[in-house]
Design a binder for this molecule. Structure first.
Ligand code: GAR
Length: 195
């Protein structure tokens, strides 16, 4: 029987807990995507070892090994092509990708961000949500465009901000929701892509 699951790569920079959530979800027999490759721009990313432990090819493609941003992105693109990747999931990948890189992946590259976009793009989102006096916070999965944390939102989850929340307690609660909605978003994209 032909394997119709969409070949998916996950790009990380660190611990890779969202990557793990995607790997876990992809083990369900009816899940429409298969994680075939993990790439990190950081050779020390803990997620690389986790992926290898799951038997998934995991490559460090470090910016420092390339003379330009263009050459680095080309190396990432080449690895994606080598593995026949159809969908790319950014999961804590802390690097902005250029429009030139993104163009061939239009509609097939998604990201998770720890805020209710368009609120709190960028870093330190949990502390900023508390500082802003927000009563709810959360996370978003969105299509990736050249702007930072921009692009149409695919799905979001909300978490209430309680009076005694700190950035750390809030981050922990949001992370639980990240792990829940990222697999749902990947499932939606994988089912929407024509063979
Ligand atoms: C996650 O909270 C993710 O939403 C965030 O980095 C963390 C990575 O954790 N991404 C961004 O801030 C992107 N703008 P993980 O490596 O355990 O998945």
């Amino acid at each position: 029987m032909t394997d119709t699951r969409k070949k998916t790569a996950v790009l990380i920079s660190g611990r890779g807990s969202n990557m793990e959530a995607l790997i876990r979800a992809s083990k369900a027999p009816d899940y429409p995507a298969k994680i075939v490759l993990v790439i990190s721009d950081n050779p020390d990313a803990g997620g690389l070892g986790t992926a290898r432990g799951e038997g998934i090819p995991a490559r460090a493609i470090s910016r420092k090994s390339y003379g330009s941003k263009h050459a680095h992105e080309q190396a990432i693109h080449d690895a994606l092509e080598e593995f026949g990747v159809e969908i790319v999931c950014l999961a804590g990948f802390m690097r902005l990708l250029t429009g030139e890189f993104l163009e061939p992946w239009d509609g097939r590259i998604i990201n998770i961000h720890p805020s209710l976009l368009p609120k709190h793009k960028g870093l330190d989102t949990h502390a900023r949500a508390i500082e802003a006096g927000d009563s709810v916070h959360g996370c978003s999965v969105h299509h990736v465009t050249a702007g930072m944390d921009e692009g149409p939102v695919i799905c979001q989850a909300e978490v209430p901000i309680l009076p005694d929340d700190t950035a750390d307690t809030l981050a922990a609660k949001v992370l639980v929701e990240e792990h829940r909605i990222y697999p749902l978003a990947l499932e939606k994209i994988a089912r929407s892509i024509q063979d």
